[in-house]
Design a protein around this ligand. Sequence first.
Ligand SMILES: Nc1ncnc2c1ncn2[C@@H]1O[C@H](COP(=O)(O)OP(=O)(O)OP(=O)(O)O)[C@@H](O)[C@H]1O
Length: 458
Amino acid sequence: MLTPDTKADFFDRLFSDLDFSSGAVAAVSGGSDSTALLLLLKDHLDRTASGAKLLAVTIDHGLRPDSADEARLVQRFCAERGIAHRIFSWRGDKPASGLPAAAREARYGLLAEAAGAEGIKLILTGHTADDQAETVLMRQARGDDGRGLAGMAPATLHDWRTWIVRPLLGTRRAALREMLQARDIGWIEDPTNIDIRFERPRMRAKLTQGEGERRIAEALARSQQAAFARQDIGRRAAMLIDAFADRPGPGLIRLDHDFAAHEDGEAAIYALRILLAAVGGVSFLADEVRCAALVSRLRSTPLCATLSRTVVDARRTGIFLRRENRNLPAPAPPVDKLLWDNRRRITLKDGTGDLVIAPLGAAAPRQASLSVDIPQSLSRAALAAEPSLWSGGVCLDFAGDHAGPQAVSAVPVVAPFARFLPSFDLAPAAAVAALVGAPPLPAPPFHGHDGGLGWAKA
Ligand SMILES: Nc1ncnc2c1ncn2[C@@H]1O[C@H](COP(=O)(O)OP(=O)(O)OP(=O)(O)O)[C@@H](O)[C@H]1O
């Protein structure tokens, strides 16, 4: 039984590992969980880091008539407690289908913008153990594999830059509501949370019935096992990538034949799923069954196959991966912060004038051979899918990789993890980043250690 003192201790420990040196954004919808998050965080910072910057942010999705009023309620709540607060609105057209996913994408984008504007690198959300159980059970009902059953990660890197941390993921909603009620603090009840046209409210309603508590406990146990397994296979895949993959030239990845023959076949398949997505610029991993078939064929025969927009060309000198030359982005003026072909992050400086970014295509030099081991046709095909910069129909000398003096930089990204990198996948993400020349991962959001996230060899 928790006494008031042990409760304070328990809540305090939720935040004790976090590095608040750049401050924190608390994502507060005004519901019970994020209101509790904000109060507990404020208590913690008042006790341990009173100088740390705290900014509460509410996103007005503009999807319900009351949303603007609710955002103002949170604003007042914060003002009464001396907490800085900002409201960001999701403007622009809302999609007819996939609305929850689009709202989530927009919400995190705006939260990251709010954090970035203040130089804050940490966003905290109020996801609870109940949310986690619902997520796992929904994914299970959809037939997701072990990877998905890990549920939400305790930390997720957004745009390779800002950490989203979920400190309440192990805490039950009832405990948070009890804390709020004990302090005589109310919260907003979002009607969407009980609208059974949506999948999550249906699951939530089911879990309040008969066997609900048992199902929640089982789902949480399953998610922990799945998270452990996902981190483990990620580490093994990262070791294979480190040991067997290199980048002999622009746009070209080479795997040693020992990769496909490796005794840890499971890790080789997982590594290939990630590599194909990264080379092809696809935000989800390549299909598991097709990758398993590919790995076993790669053990015996030379072959050329296409999967996940990636050409896999196995020759005597290695297994080569390159972006296929179909469906590349059309020539267009470069746009700041845009992901070009989901493989490069564009950054613009002033004065880009009439510049156009386009696949190098036929302008790839004929003499593109990199070494005697690599046939010219291969180097040239890989180079042709790389971005190039044009001005008035003339191809500029553009390496693009670094934010150097050029007007435009096109820095490589790790496609499947460029937008959201769950902490389960840090090891393979770091290995692929080193391979493709993406920037290294930023420091983890924990004091001098990795918070048990399986932080890669930094
Ligand atoms: N409109 C929003 N503005 C700011 N943060 C939000 C918003 N909606 C959700 N979040 C963040 O995401 C977390 C999970 O979202 P979810 O939709 O499950 O919560 P909710 O039902 O809106 O509210 P709560 O989690 O506070 O009870 C919230 O705890 C909060 O941190």
